[in-house]
Design a protein around this ligand. Structure first.
Ligand SMILES: Cc1ncc(COP(=O)(O)O)c(C=O)c1O
Length: 374
């Protein structure tokens, strides 16, 4: 039997190959490789889709975080409150701009920052909150934004895993895209993301004219007008070939995210009765970049890793996002107070194969392999 990968991008490629090749050919024929029409078209349609005034194409999601922080005026001496339970780019961006990450522990059910713990972490140096919508589930933005408002803090959303996710803060049924809720939102088009390019890519979105203007300047060596460099910036632009791919893919994103939610629903049914497996809630607007369960009963010293190995031996890939919370990575080790929930989840989480076209039969094999491995 075929090995089941953690992600399979081939069905999507097969469905769109001709269209993507034509879009790439158009870029080649125009020889407009940097800041060409494909980039401008993608920025316009992404801004419209996300419901924001400005979208600035960048080189990666990491750059979107770095440039977003700088465009929001965050720098040396500032503290930025964030979640410990994320990919390292989140905290790395804060350190890269010279600010200090302040890790506030997560809520064990949602894997997102526990908003009830934020206020106690605010000091006179706190300038920003950087929530992560981890695994595609929107963070508790309503309470977070009201705290930010109260303490005069800016909010940069890390939407690398949440493109297309909607948040309904006041429960009135009107849902808003993640990235459109705070002062700015940072997106990644790394190939494995829900909207993936065929290389690196990123986007910063905002309703604020000043932030968009500074971000565009920073992305282009600190200049808007050619050879009039005003500040120290970066070379960070969305590549035209990547924009061409994204232009073809964006109209399909909502359907793909619906596919992911359906996969998550089937997993919840298949796994719901396995003792010790805690399945994720399927909250409104969640786009399941990852489908991640908690193995509540395993030995924290390696029990989960043994399950991963047994599943691999049975031909099923499972991954661990993330074994070490950011505050415990070698780069920061010993510098920050412990975050117990995030530490415990680092030993318990397990992400199963997920992609929009994943079929029920394959999911049953995954579920059986997990049950057997336990
Ligand atoms: C939560 C999170 N933030 C930031 C990033 C950085 O994005 P990129 O890889 O495009 O730089 C990623 C993904 O890689 C991510 O998962």
């Amino acid at each position: 039997m075929d090995r089941i990968p953690i992600l399979n991008l081939k069905p999507q490629l097969a469905a769109l190959r001709a269209e993507i090749q034509a879009a790439m050919d158009e870029v080649l024929d125009a020889t407009a490789f940097i800041n060409g029409p494909a980039v401008r078209a993608f920025e316009a349609s992404a801004a419209q889709y996300l419901g924001v005034k400005h979208a600035v194409g960048l080189n990666s999601g990491t750059d979107a975080l770095v440039i977003g922080l700088r465009a929001l005026g965050i720098g040396p001496g500032d503290e930025v409150i964030t979640s410990p339970f994320s990919f390292f780019a989140t905290a790395e961006s804060i350190s890269t701009v010279g600010a200090t990450p302040v890790f506030v522990d997560i809520d064990g059910e949602s894997f997102n920052i526990d908003v009830s713990l934020i206020e106690a972490a605010i000091t006179e140096r706190t300038k920003a909150i950087l929530p992560v919508h981890l695994f595609g589930r929107p963070a508790e933005m309503e309470a977070l934004l009201s705290l930010a408002n109260k303490h005069n803090l800016v909010v940069l959303e890390d939407c690398a895993q949440s493109i297309g996710a909607r948040y309904d803060g006041d429960g009135d049924g009107a849902r808003h895209q993640t990235g459109s809720l705070g002062d700015a939102g940072a997106f990644s088009f790394f190939p494995t993301k829900n909207l993936g390019a065929y290389g690196d890519g990123g986007l910063l979105v905002t309703d604020r004219d000043d932030v968009a203007q500074t971000a565009r300047k920073l992305s282009n060596h600190g200049s808007i007008e050619r050879y009039r460099n005003e500040i120290l910036g970066y070379n960070s632009r969305l590549d035209s070939l990547q924009a061409a791919v994204l232009n073809v893919k964006l109209p399909h994103l909502d359907a793909w995210n619906e596919g992911r939610r359906a996969v998550a629903g089937r997993y919840n049914e298949l796994l719901g009765d396995i003792p010790g497996v805690v399945t994720p809630q399927i909250t409104p607007g969640h786009v399941f970049h990852q489908y991640t369960v908690r193995l509540a009963g395993v030995d924290p010293a390696g029990g989960r890793d043994a399950v991963v190995e047994r599943m691999a031996a049975a031909g099923v890939s499972a991954m661990v996002y993330y074994p070490l919370p950011q505050d415990e990575l070698p780069v920061y080790a010993g510098r920050f107070p412990a975050c117990p929930v995030s530490h415990r989840l680092g030993a318990e989480v397990l992400s199963l194969p997920i992609w929009p076209e994943l079929d029920g039969e394959t999911q049953s094999r995954v579920a059986s392999a997990l049950a057997a491995a336990l």
